[in-house]
Unconditional design. Structure first.
Length: 180
């Protein structure tokens, strides 16, 4: 995968499972998969927080140490504003990840699905924004393999797309709001 983690494709052709080897109830797999996907989404939101936090820390440190025109670039107001925007995204994602965690093990209903869709939307959007801003504020060094930020940025992009991207979850949220 682009973030360096392992991945594979699994093809099952002509697989037959005897009734004695079936897990759960026959024909009732989708609700169980949907429930576990919700738990995975909550875990992904928490995973993203770690990388977003580290990306913010690396960026702040870089802004304090990199000098241009004889002063740290963090003294330039426009860069300070961009750093604040990154921190704001992180704080919003933190709130949503906490909310997702409180509902992850709850009963699978429209409220749970709506909250998890909202959390995934906010966290995916924040992950992409933090990754992009961190890379921009670092310049070329931000994407070199030797620098930790590149690994966090790639991880954040992957998280933003797994189990549905922000567009998918925004549509799911909107659909669930119409039901409410």
């Amino acid at each position: 995968t682009i973030d360096g983690r392992k991945g594979c494709e699994l093809f099952l052709d002509n697989v037959q499972v005897g009734a004695d080897a079936v897990l759960g109830e026959i024909g009732n797999a989708l609700p169980a998969l949907r429930y576990q996907q919700g738990r995975a989404i909550a875990a992904q939101c928490a995973d993203a927080l770690g990388s977003m936090d580290e990306a913010c820390k690396l960026t702040l440190d870089y802004l304090k140490t990199r000098k241009q025109f004889g002063v740290p670039i963090g003294k330039f107001q426009v860069l300070q504003h961009r750093m604040v925007d990154m921190q704001t995204e992180l704080e919003q994602a933190t709130s949503m990840a906490i909310l997702a965690a409180t509902f992850a093990d709850g009963e699978d209903n429209d409220d749970r699905r709506r909250i998890l869709a909202a959390a995934k939307y906010i966290c995916a959007r924040a992950a992409r924004k933090v990754a992009e801003e961190a890379i921009q504020l670092h310049g070329g060094i931000g994407m070199t393999w030797e620098y930790n930020l590149a690994h966090h940025a790639k991880r954040l992009v992957m998280i933003a797309h797994q189990f549905g991207d922000d567009d998918h979850h925004l549509k799911a949220y909107a659909k669930l709001m119409q039901v409410a």
